[in-house]
Design a protein around this ligand. Structure first.
Ligand SMILES: [Zn+2]
Length: 309
């Protein structure tokens, strides 16, 4: 790994340091949108990973085409068999207390709550929440027009302009695989905090820089997702980011997504993902995912922050 210190024009968005270590440069290996290379830097003080140059909003169509998986329009209706599997999985998950986020949300299950999925993409997450918490009012926001079409299909409110929503409105704001894509995360979090009620929760799920997968697969770690991932956080700097933005941290959860490690293996070996085989391997290697959670080196981290005033 090349180790070279760089003074970039901008400061680290978390600790305001302006010294960065250059890690490597690479292409967009996922969408293959361009033959341009992007450089990856690490803040020498807080370890926040950032990309250079950063993509801007006028380039979104190039880097986020319609076939980009999170916007997948092929929304399948849940078959009775899948529903049965889902219910069974839920029962086990409840007994074994596997889903730590669900445990937090379940406290409010019987109360009408307003839940926003910021960056709702395909709408799958909101559909899941609708099933789990039928009493809640659900909202989705996304910069993509594909997402709006998806929410219309499943009858969930789509918000076109977040600024038009009154302040102190939502009880929960969820960001799954979103914060790492934001060009100005501090500004977004500031706006979202305004839209949260007092004691409202922000739930941020994002790749974990300190994951074993990143250490092993290095530049082939799929969570770099060059150039769409503008920042990659660690649990420590993510928590600092939230406390600096006036949230009280109430939970940090490591969650396994062994699919990330498997996709990193395929990329390292230059193999194509075969969906059925991938699903089989995901189940086979599930215990490794659980082990990675246990040693805090899982592929993703979730932080729940509370707005105190
Ligand atoms: Zn920093």
């Amino acid at each position: 790994m090349i180790s070279e210190k760089k003074n970039k024009k901008e400061k680290c968005i978390i600790c305001k340091n302006n010294n960065f270590t250059y890690l490597f440069s690479d292409l967009d290996k996922y969408v293959q949108s361009t033959n341009k290379k992007f450089a990856i830097y690490k803040c020498t003080n807080c370890d926040l990973i950032s990309i250079d140059p950063k993509i801007n909003e006028s380039q979104f169509d190039l880097y986020y085409p319609e076939n980009y998986i999170p916007y997948d329009l092929s929304y399948k209706k849940i078959s009775p068999f899948r529903l049965y599997l889902k219910k069974t999985k839920n029962i086990f998950s409840n007994i074994l207390k596997i889903d730590k986020i669900k445990i937090e949300l379940d406290y409010f299950k019987d109360i009408e709550k307003k839940y926003l999925d910021f960056g709702c993409g395909s709408g799958r997450h909101l559909n899941h929440i609708k099933y789990q918490y039928p009493k809640w009012k659900l909202y989705g926001y996304d910069r993509s027009i594909y997402a709006k079409k998806n929410l219309n299909k499943i009858n969930i409110n789509f918000i076109d302009d977040l600024e038009s929503i009154p302040d102190d409105f939502f009880d929960f704001i969820n960001l799954t695989s979103v914060i790492e894509h934001l060009i100005h995360p501090s500004e977004t979090i500031h706006l979202l905090r305004k839209k949260l009620k007092k004691n409202g929760r922000i739930i941020i799920k994002t790749p974990n820089w300190n994951s074993l997968g990143r250490v092993i697969f290095r530049r082939n770690w799929v969570h770099y997702d060059i150039p769409r991932h503008i920042y990659v956080f660690s649990s420590k700097n993510l928590q600092k980011f939230l406390t600096d933005n006036q949230f009280q941290i109430i939970k940090l959860i490591h969650s396994s997504n062994i699919g990330v490690e498997l996709k990193s293996i395929y990329r390292s070996l230059k193999l194509n993902k075969r969906p059925k085989f991938h699903n089989f391997l995901t189940k086979l290697f599930l215990p490794i995912g659980i082990l990675l959670n246990f040693i805090s080196m899982s592929s993703t981290i979730t932080t729940i922050g509370k707005k105190n005033d």
